[in-house]
Design a protein around this ligand. Sequence first.
Ligand SMILES: NC(=O)c1ccc[n+]([C@@H]2O[C@H](COP(=O)([O-])OP(=O)(O)OC[C@H]3O[C@@H](n4cnc5c(N)ncnc54)[C@H](OP(=O)(O)O)[C@@H]3O)[C@@H](O)[C@H]2O)c1
Length: 275
Amino acid sequence: MTFTLESTITLNNGVEMPRFGLGVFKTKVGTETENAVRWALEAGYIAVDTAALYGNEAEVGRIVRSGIIPREEVFVTSKVWVNDLSYEGTKAAFDDSLKRLGMDYVDLYLIHWPVNDWRGSWRALEEIYQTGRVKAIGVSNFLQHHLEELFEIGEVRPAVNQIEYHPYLQQPDLRSFCQSNGVVLTAWAPIMKGRVLDVPELVAIGEKYGKSAVHVTLRWMLQTDVVTIPKSAHQDRIISNAEIYDFELTDAEIETINSLDCNARIGPHPDHFGE
Ligand SMILES: NC(=O)c1ccc[n+]([C@@H]2O[C@H](COP(=O)([O-])OP(=O)(O)OC[C@H]3O[C@@H](n4cnc5c(N)ncnc54)[C@H](OP(=O)(O)O)[C@@H]3O)[C@@H](O)[C@H]2O)c1
């Protein structure tokens, strides 16, 4: 399969989601976020991943609406934060996110963590989805047991589960559970916050192609149907991170990367969030 920066993966409701986008967690409110999103869109990115928590939805919205490319050609994801995880809380939080973004819809809206009244929150997401103000709904940091419960109680299946996912944390059982149930995986911390550069096996594979360990990691996700949203606030890295379309990993190299999994988390375990 030939990929480009505009390649998409089809969600379980038929919506096309770009396989690659810009993450903006910890990108500073104000000029830093505006610049990052502008540089990404100018470089050909067509997706941005934000969240109420990040505090930068207004900047993301302003640049996405600025006409670098038409709004409807950019896939915008946002998320409801844990404080608003209830039926009423999520309805209000979604309205607030839309206001900050200055948009009348978002492409994807996620429950950020499976805590508090996430079940009530999902009911709100389903209702919002029916109004057409969100093209697809999903979850983040859900483990298999959360998804199994959600499949029981929900009427709409989540389209996406956004989880911590990188060469050192692959969660193969969760990955195959999601992929076999039509839930697209999105990787957060895909480049291990830059630490993939220190992984000798990734560096060695990259040398063969004149690529970095960051490129190898992001290409591995592309070839294994995992959506990826690396964050950078630097123009040169934003441009460089997307240069993964001029080489292809062999099956053996994909196996080598698969074998690096050591169940090492950077962020919290979803069953112990906030402890
Ligand atoms: N759902 C969730 O719970 C959750 C949690 C965390 C993150 N996310 C989402 O996932 C996105 C990505 O995750 P992340 O930001 O945590 O981690 P990441 O993308 O793995 O790493 C970002 C870090 O790597 C650095 N970096 C970027 N490109 C680089 C390169 N080419 N060489 C060396 N360093 C580089 C960045 O620094 P500079 O900015 O200085 O370049 C930044 O410090 C987030 O931005 C957010 O949208 C979601």
